[in-house]
Design a protein around this ligand. Structure first.
Ligand SMILES: Cc1ncc(COP(=O)(O)O)c(C=O)c1O
Length: 412
């Protein structure tokens, strides 16, 4: 193939990929109707309530409680589940900070259990090893949209009466053993932040089939109010975490698009994985048979030394070929300054003295962060087969020219 674009050759691709978010006339009309109605708050209009019902039903749940974002949804789920001061909650180290910081914000202790190097999801054996007498909950993340090993997680949880909260921030529409993500644990948390597969800029939702947990979440979301209480009556410590009607209106439109988008990403993701797996040193996220639908919030892969060029150089070369990409997280969570310095503010006043996150043993997460992970964002998978072939061709071209990437200073 021709010279790498990085060194002056013609890029594999000069057209942009499908932009994100996708929106059109339905969004414009529904937002305008909400504007004109003057019913802008959660308690004033029908949009959020309608969305909660639709989203919950689509994810196999009786209840959906919409909230301000996918961080506060985790914290509310923990509080609703009765996680107490300085209880332990097992979380993966390879995830967005919220999965663990929400635990601290519930005044509980995050305990890290490493991820599997092939699926990038929390490893059941590591979870088992992390359980102590103080463990009260597990938060498996369906990372990138590939459902976590939920059968193993629920088996561990049942044996010890632990609560399982799915962090489904990446997993709208994903399915495990043909059951929807969001209905697999006791509670689940989704995010609608800008990059997510279903978005209103900011937002989140908790889903559950448990009536009592739902009632508790709804109360915490709404200033501690209870269904039969008078307006200025507050029963539990909480706040105003409600989602607004403009976001509800947007989400109702975006939800109409989700099914088709998810199917497209799943088909394209599978195809890209099979194409890239043919190149030495590339390891696309392994898809387990239990994953009956991958929502591909990210297309993730590992690159190892047998590819013949370092990750940083490959990323630079991919960008030059017209393929947007990144290395993902720069830190495994226990290495984040937040955890290294135990900068927990007023939380964990007693336990933090004896915590030492430098001792967390998460070699797989470390390897992914430091050397191996590559992320492609979900909108790259929303286009045609030609788009995916371009990604494949770019990797192939870079592999062919890998020697050149070792001779220049391309580390970023
Ligand atoms: C795995 C995971 N959990 C939780 C969150 C938090 O969601 P939000 O950004 O809506 O607070 C994110 C979002 O980035 C995430 O990726």
């Amino acid at each position: 193939m021709h010279t790498l674009a990085l060194f002056g050759g013609t890029p594999v691709r000069s057209r942009p990929f499908t932009p994100w978010p996708v929106f059109g006339q339905p969004e414009e009309e529904r937002l305008l109707a909400t504007l004109r109605s003057g019913n802008w708050g959660r308690l004033d209009g029908p949009e959020v309530a309608e969305f909660e019902q639709r989203f919950a039903a689509l994810h196999g749940c009786k209840h959906g409680i919409a909230v301000a974002n996918g961080t506060v949804s985790l914290r509310i789920a923990l509080l609703a589940a009765g996680i107490g001061a300085e209880d332990e909650v097992i979380v993966p180290p390879y995830t967005f900070v919220s999965t663990a910081s929400a635990v601290v914000e519930a005044n509980a202790i995050p305990v890290f259990a490493d991820v599997d190097l092939n699926t990038f999801n929390m490893d059941a054996a590591a979870v088992e090893a992390a359980v102590t007498g103080r463990t009260k909950a597990i938060i498996p993340v369906h990372f990138a949209g590939h459902p976590a090993d939920m059968e193993a997680m629920m088996t561990i949880a049942r044996a010890r009466r632990l609560i399982v909260i799915e962090d489904a921030a990446h997993a709208h529409g994903a399915r495990y053993q043909d059951r929807p993500a969001g209905s697999l644990g006791h509670l689940a948390s989704f995010s609608f932040q800008s990059s997510k597969n279903l978005t209103s800029g900011e937002g989140g939702i908790i889903t559950t089939n448990d009536d009592a947990l739902a009632e508790s979440c709804r109360s915490i979301q709404n200033c501690g109010r209870v269904p039969d209480g008078i307006w200025y009556e507050h029963h539990v410590i909480s706040g105003n975490y409600r989602l607004g009607e403009f976001q509800g209106a947007l989400l109702n439109c975006q939800l109409d698009r989700l099914e088709e988008q998810t199917r497209t990403r799943d088909v394209n993701g599978r195809y890209l994985a099979s194409r890239l797996a043919g190149l030495p040193g590339l390891h696309p996220q392994r898809r387990l048979a239990d994953c009956t639908r991958h929502s591909y919030h990210l297309f993730m892969l590992r690159i190892d030394a047998s590819f013949g060029a370092p990750r940083a150089a490959v990323l630079t070369a991919l960008e030059a070929e017209g393929i947007p990409c990144s290395a993902g997280y720069g830190y495994s969570l226990p290495d984040q300054p937040l955890f290294r310095n135990k900068a927990f503010g007023p939380y964990l006043p007693v336990a933090s003295a004896s915590l030492d996150y430098s001792q967390a043993h998460c070699p797989n997460s470390d390897l992914l962060c430091r050397e191996q992970c590559i992320w492609l964002e979900q909108n790259l998978l929303l286009g045609s087969r030609e788009d995916i072939d371009d990604i494949g061709r770019a990797f192939e071209k870079i592999y062919e020219h890998r020697q050149a990437l070792n001779t220049r200073d391309l580390l970023i």
